[in-house]
Structure formats: structure tokens, C-alpha cells
Design a protein around this ligand. Structure first.
Ligand code: AMP
Length: 360
């Protein structure tokens, strides 16, 4: 007999959540518009449009709590479900982070530092430019991810051209941040309000897509870790948030500026499966089920690398004794996240040697 939780979205994050649930006697029931969703390979899947209230009612009837592994679920569907069964985190938290403007405003309202930003008024786009200055980053407010729907502009004419190119989309302008590196924190808040934080992770992107995470990030001062935790705590408390939340940051002169919030488990937390005492997936399940949170302490020095576009030769990957291979059962497609590899080392020096010799 399993306890059943409903999960909106059925991608690889859900798949890893389901795998984390089984040892706890928890089964995920996925809901995704695509019958091919890869979480459906490991747990039951309801394949219906998000707006189908008849199918949503089946989900609500079968689950004790509902969560998400994907943030672009229509908030109306999450609200509809929340009237019938607990939805954690709340639909309001989901809503706050679906739109980049609302996201920045929410962060700012709770004292979390963000890059200077302004909404772009299509009638008068230059006003936003006056606020943020040049160079700037133009982003679509919704449905942008993995670097999609954004452009860096260095001149006023590039700005005007980019705004025209995005056409009808609602846009936001941000000051370009000359950051030293990108880091993220995975935070989790239990149903009883207790917190747990994973150590900051250093993230490397290629063409806007997360490519590699180094966890824990090297050269993190206790002050920087505390800064990230303090802001995550303030935000989660204000939203009465339950579950895992991820905040991506720019590190700039010893300060953190928030770039993005994911109201869910995150790609930069995949290392926690082998590399932490409790994975982000298990801690998310524990949180939404009202169970005590598990230790977030790392077990070593990890490197996580995404498998993008092409499948590797598994024998070659596994010829490294510290490699753990995860394939999501997805068909290869350019830039698609097909899996990831985590290497766990006992010392920072071993990890450093691996990064400079085996990987480049
Ligand atoms: P995003 O989709 O917002 O996570 O942006 C994708 C990537 O674009 C980030 O990981 C950064 O490398 C870069 N980026 C986004 N916003 C800014 C910014 N305001 N200043 C500098 N780089 C940025």
C-alpha cells in the first residue's frame, strides 16, 4: 500500500522524485499533457491537458497532496486542485515565480537583492532602458527558460531591435550584471516550518543551459552561505512555503543578486542523489508529506554534468569508478536534457584534478 502524491508535470525532475519516493512507501501519480512524459516510465501517469477539470478531479481523488515538478502549469489548475486537496507549495508561490516581473517584485518585497529591472512598456520601451542602463538583458516575462526568450543588448539600437523581435511578448529589462560566477541554493521548508539548506553550488552554463554544477561550490565563505540562507528563509516564511525552493544567484563582489527562483526541485540539485545524506527529491517529499526533513550534509566533493542532445556510450562513462550515470529515457534531440552524470570525490583536490585533467 503506497501513500500517493500527485505531481503536475512529468519530466525528469518528477521521474527522480518518484524514484526517491518508493523507499518511503510513497508513489507519485503524474499529470502531464504528454503521454510520452518520461516520469510515466517509472510511475502512473494521467495524460490530459492541464485545463481538463474532469481529469484533474481524478488526480485530486487519488492523492493526499499535490505538488509540481514544472512551474509553467496554469495557476488556475493549481488553484482548482487546492480547493479539493492540499497543494504544496501553494498556487500563490507558483504564480509569483511564473512571471519574471512578478518574481523580481516578490524578491524585492522580501528584501532579497536583485539586479535593477523594469517592465518594458511597448508604447514607450525607452523608459525601461533609462532605468536599467546599458548593457542590458531583455527577457520575455513568461515561458523563458534555459536562456530562451532573452537577449543581451549593448546599444540603444540593439535594444530597439530586440524589443521589436520579441513582438507581442510581455518583456522585462534588467541591468547586465558583470558577475564573477553563478551559484544556487536549494532550500527546503517542512510543513512544521523547519528549514534545511544545501550548500551553495557553482553552476556553469552553455548557451543559457545548465551544463555543470560543482557542489559544494569552492571558495564559499560562511558569510556568503549565510546570506543565501537568510534570503531563502525570509522569502519562504513570507510565502508560507512548503517544499524545496531553488534560488539562482549572481555572485558579485562578495554579494549575491537573485536571478531566478524555481518553486521546485532543480537541475543544480541533482548531485544530492549520491552526494548528500538526503536528496533534494526525498526532502521535497518529506516536506510536503509533513515528515521530518533529512540531513542536507554533503558526503564529499561532487561534479554534476548534464547530458545534452546526444547519448554517451554508457560503458565509457562508467569506466570512471566514481561516475554515476542517470539516463531519463528521453529520445535524443539537440540541446535536450537526456540525463546527467555525477562524480563524487573524497577531497577537493581530487575533484580539482578531475576537473582540470578529465574534463575540459
Ligand atoms: P535566465 O534564463 O534568467 O536564468 O538566464 C540565463 C543565463 O543568462 C543566466 O544563467 C546568466 O548566465 C545570463 N543572464 C541572465 N540575466 C542576466 C543579467 N541580468 N546579467 C548578466 N547575465 C545574465
Amino acid at each position: 500500500m503506497y501513500r500517493t502524491i500527485g505531481v503536475l508535470g512529468g519530466g525528469q525532475l518528477g521521474r527522480m522524485m518518484a524514484l526517491a519516493g518508493y523507499p518511503l512507501g510513497v508513489q507519485c501519480l503524474f499529470y502531464d499533457p504528454s503521454s510520452e512524459a518520461c516520469a510515466g516510465h517509472v510511475a502512473p501517469l494521467l495524460a490530459y491537458p492541464y485545463e481538463d477539470t474532469h481529469a484533474l478531479s481524478q488526480l485530486a481523488a487519488r492523492c493526499e497532496v499535490i505538488t509540481y515538478e514544472f512551474e509553467n502549469v496554469p495557476v488556475e489548475s493549481a488553484r482548482w486542485l487546492a480547493e479539493r486537496v492540499p497543494v504544496r507549495p501553494t498556487p500563490e508561490a507558483l504564480h509569483a515565480f511564473q512571471d519574471r516581473l512578478m518574481e523580481k517584485q516578490t524578491l524585492q518585497a522580501h528584501g532579497v537583492p536583485v539586479p535593477t529591472f523594469a517592465p518594458i512598456d511597448p508604447q514607450n520601451p525607452r523608459t525601461a532602458l533609462e532605468v536599467v542602463g546599458l548593457p542590458a538583458v531583455i527577457k520575455t516575462r513568461r515561458f523563458g527558460y534555459d536562456g530562451k526568450g532573452q537577449a543581451v543588448v549593448k546599444t540603444e539600437s540593439e535594444f530597439v531591435e530586440a524589443v521589436a523581435r520579441f513582438g507581442a511578448h510581455l518583456l522585462i529589462a534588467e541591468a547586465f550584471v558583470p558577475f564573477e560566477r553563478e551559484v544556487s541554493i536549494i532550500a527546503v521548508r517542512g510543513l512544521d516550518g523547519t528549514f534545511a539548506f544545501y550548500p551553495l553550488v557553482e553552476n556553469h552554463h552553455r548557451e543559457g543551459i545548465l551544463y555543470r554544477s560543482i557542489a559544494p561550490a569552492p571558495n564559499i565563505t560562511p558569510a556568503l552561505q549565510q546570506q543565501a540562507e537568510r534570503h531563502a528563509r525570509a522569502l519562504m516564511e513570507a510565502l508560507d512555503y512548503v517544499g524545496v525552493m531553488t534560488i539562482e544567484w549572481f555572485e558579485c563582489n562578495g554579494q549575491l543578486l537573485a536571478n531566478e527562483v524555481a518553486p521546485r526541485v532543480h537541475n543544480s540539485g541533482h548531485w544530492t542523489i549520491e552526494g548528500a545524506h538526503t536528496s533534494q527529491f526525498e526532502n521535497h517529499l518529506r516536506a510536503i508529506l509533513g515528515l521530518p526533513l533529512g540531513s542536507t550534509a554533503p558526503k564529499g566533493y561532487m561534479v554534476m554534468q548534464n547530458i545534452l542532445g546526444d547519448l554517451p556510450d554508457p560503458a565509457k562513462v562508467l569506466s570512471h569508478p566514481r561516475a554515476k550515470l542517470h539516463l531519463y529515457g528521453k529520445a535524443p534531440k539537440p540541446k535536450r536534457k537526456l540525463g546527467h552524470i555525477t562524480w563524487c570525490f573524497d577531497t577537493p583536490e581530487e575533484r580539482e584534478r578531475f576537473l582540470s585533467e578529465a574534463l575540459h
